[in-house]
Design a protein around this ligand. Sequence first.
Ligand code: 3HC
Length: 314
Amino acid sequence: MHNEHTDSHFQKRIDDGEHIEPKDYMPDGYRKHLIRQMSQHAHSEVIGMQPEGNWITRAPSLRAKQILLAKIQDEGGHGLYLYSAAETLGISRAEMIEQLHTGKAKYSNIFNYPALNWADIGAIGWLVDGAAIVNQVSLQRTSFGPYSRAMVRICKEESFHQRQGYEIMARMMKGTKDQQAMAQDAMNRWWWPALMMFGPHDIDSPHSGDAVKWKIKRESNDTLRQKFIDKTVQQAELIGLVMPDKDIKWNESKGHYDHGKIDWDEFHRVIKGNGPCNKQRLDHHINYFNEGAWVRDAAEAYKIKHLKEELVIA
Ligand code: 3HC
């Protein structure tokens, strides 16, 4: 009888395009890789609620406030899907949160920049969620079943996020000169950090080898980044925004836009904790996590009480 609990059998299942489920045999490296990526993905969704949350009370209309509230609630839900999917690999929510709070785990670079005005809310929706969609549509085909299914669910909501951001930018570009200048300034500040969201160049990506071998990643960092650039440049030009990269130029032979060099020193500075808002984001999360301890304690007490009652009845 063929032993199904071997790395070679596992790799054959991956090569055959099968989904790996939580109870299936998987090499430790595969499990660790997914826990790292999925928990950091979940942290990103939840930390990402902060820059936008600061603008709920300052939204320029009731409609804008309703849309922003719906988007932020979606992000919280995305975080919960991803934490739950990561827990199927044997890590607890408490361990993941502890890794976030101690800096052992990362979250996306992009959320360490300040949202300075309403145009930033447009740029975040259009560029950040736009980049996230390109990455997450690809991740729908990831080999780990729960992650793939979470992505399918999340992608359905992301397109609304990107559309509402683009609508804000389009409206401002039809507005006063000051509004146009605000939109252009937001574009200038968010464009390059959005490109960094896709991770380092493939040649500098230590995890991509395994990620591709195990079909966790179906397309590379650079391939997805290029896809995002190609579609976003046209959207910018359509509403009159100027690309903050003088080297952006359509390359007919490649069928893609050429672009300028990304400042990887800034990327590494930010992901090492030295971005404009890293301390603020983490302090905020820690404060509210501690403040909400009573909710977790009450839920735990309720669970234990009901377990005891069930035992008595049984
Ligand atoms: N921000 C922070 N850290 C990053 C990063 C980024 N944008 N890109 C890469 N890194 C880190 C990696 O985590 C890794 O560090 P680690 O070993 O401590 O984890 C290191 O840089 C090397 O990068 P690699 O490319 O080798 O790492 P990966 O193979 O994991 O690729 C990734 C990075 C493309 C971000 C991949 O992890 C991924 O696809 N993750 C899932 C998507 C995700 O996390 N998106 C975050 C945004 S979610 C979001 O925007 C919500 C939206 O609704 C607004």
